[in-house]
Design a protein around this ligand. Structure first.
Ligand code: G6P
Ligand code: MN
Length: 437
């Protein structure tokens, strides 16, 4: 039986992960479930509800919620890292500063993602160090964002650590693909995919019999993107627009199917024109997800039972459980991860952190070879990967110049002057978090 630590226990994703873990105890049995956060008050609210949930559904599982790293990281097998350094207050700043300069303001993309990257690096490295100190045999599944920059930082700064960087966006899209062709879920698909995190393409999608599903998927995506029509009722407006916009992204390269995040890089003007600099995604998340989760946590605490909870497990969480299971039982399941390229995409820098399918087993991920990136993709990937590398250079060297270069190279920033203006506003806003430049 396994001991799992959720680092970033106060996250609104935590209840969904707990539910998924409880739903899968038959294939991934637990002896302990632990929460760790540096914000004890926030975590307590989630923990109070989750403790009730665990006690009712699996009383044999020990439940611990703590702000003490030693208590948290001692005797664990898997660490699920989902921290947000600076919380939503700083996400809001990441989104709003660029927008004031007419540039896309987004959590992981462009200047916002770069700013968040510099905040996340020391946070995630700190978690890796705790894990190595207190549970050296454990694995960390990291989905703290921006995953691309965090992954490059861990590759460089902690090259031997047992950290696996992952993302739920492609798997969410693959569940959509399965729905489009009338299959149950992503596990019914066999796929080839390559790129960087939040920056990749499917080159092949089949069902288990080998039937090529690309023609049917392309026909659908050309018209609707990944939007599922009626089945998408209840999906928040900004996500609906993202799923629909995939049609325009697809149009640029009809030989592949794109990740939704490419809309920010390929249609930045459209994104800015449709953004409200005074009400960004953060405001939406605070009004919906944050409010719903904390209201439900408080309700469970007052009721003293979680039997009637409206918390749901999400695909993000089932992916994490699948991964833990694959490592724990050496299943060699094929899943995406962000790992050093080392030839997986033949014509891309071997040291780039790329997102490709891997076979997951007891020794972690074994990358699969995806062949060459096409010219269009090679150009985009190379540029974006250099942006990510420059951010980590800036962090390591505490270099203003490297950071300015990163922002200037970034495809969605029009020129070096705009990059500098944005950077000069971001520095004081991030004073508490960034290294001194
Ligand atoms: C996708 C991405 C995550 C990202 C999230 C943002 O799931 O894969 O990396 O954090 O979107 O979603 P939100 O609802 O917070 O805007
Ligand atoms: Mn992601």
């Amino acid at each position: 039986k396994f001991s799992v630590l959720i680092a970033g226990g106060g996250s609104t994703y935590t209840p969904g992960i707990v539910l998924t873990l409880l739903d899968h105890l038959d294939k991934f049995p637990l002896r302990a479930l632990k929460f760790y956060d540096i914000d004890g008050d926030r975590q307590q609210k989630v923990a109070d509800a989750c403790e009730i949930l665990v006690k009712e559904r699996a009383p044999e599982v020990e439940f611990v919620s703590t702000t003490d790293p030693e208590t948290a990281f001692t005797d664990v097998d898997f660490v699920m890292a989902q921290i947000r350094v600076g919380k939503y207050a700083m996400r809001s700043v990441d989104e709003k500063i660029p927008l004031r300069h007419g540039v896309v303001g987004q959590e992981t993309t462009g200047p916002g993602g770069i700013a968040y990257g510099l905040r996340s690096i020391p946070g995630v490295i700190g978690l890796v160090d705790y894990m190595e100190k207190y549970s050296p045999n454990a694995w960390m599944l990291n989905y703290s964002n921006p995953a691309a920059i965090v992954a490059e930082a861990t590759r460089r700064l902690r090259p031997n650590s047992k950290i696996i960087n992952i993302c739920d966006m492609p798997i969410g899209i693959m569940d959509r693909m399965a729905a489009i062709v009338g299959l149950k879920d992503r596990n019914d698909l066999v796929f080839r995919y390559y790129g960087l995190n939040h920056f990749g393409w499917w080159t092949d999608v089949r069902d288990k019999t080998g039937k090529d599903l690309m023609p049917q998927l392309k026909e659908y995506v050309a018209q609707h993107g990944y939007w599922l029509g009626d089945a998408d009722k209840g999906t928040e407006a900004s996500w609906v627009s993202t799923f629909k916009k995939a049609a325009d992204v697809y149009a640029l390269d009809p030989s592949t199917l794109p990740n939704t995040y490419l809309k920010y890089y390929l249609y930045p003007q459209y994104v800015v024109e449709h953004a409200d600099p005074n009400y960004t995604r953060t405001d939406e998340v605070e009004a919906y997800r944050e409010k719903n989760v904390f209201t439900e946590c408080a309700r469970i605490k007052t009721a003293g039972t979680a039997k009637d909870t409206n918390f749901k497990s999400d695909d993000h969480a089932t992916y994490i459980v699948d991964l833990c299971t694959a490592i724990a039982y050496d299943t060699k399941q094929r899943m995406l991860a962000i790992i050093p390229n080392e030839g997986a995409i033949a014509n891309i820098d071997p040291e780039a952190m790329v997102e490709v399918p891997c076979l997951f087993g007891a020794n972690g991920p074994e990358r699969l070879a995806m062949g060459n990136a096409a010219t269009f993709q090679k150009g985009l990937i190379t540029e974006q990967n250099c942006v990510e590398k420059l951010v980590v250079d800036a962090y390591e060297q505490q270099s203003y110049t490297k950071l300015w270069e990163a922002m200037s190279l970034c495809k969605i920033v029009p020129d070096a002057k705009v990059a500098k203006d944005i950077l000069d506003e971001m520095i004081p806003a991030n004073q508490e978090y960034w290294p001194e430049l």
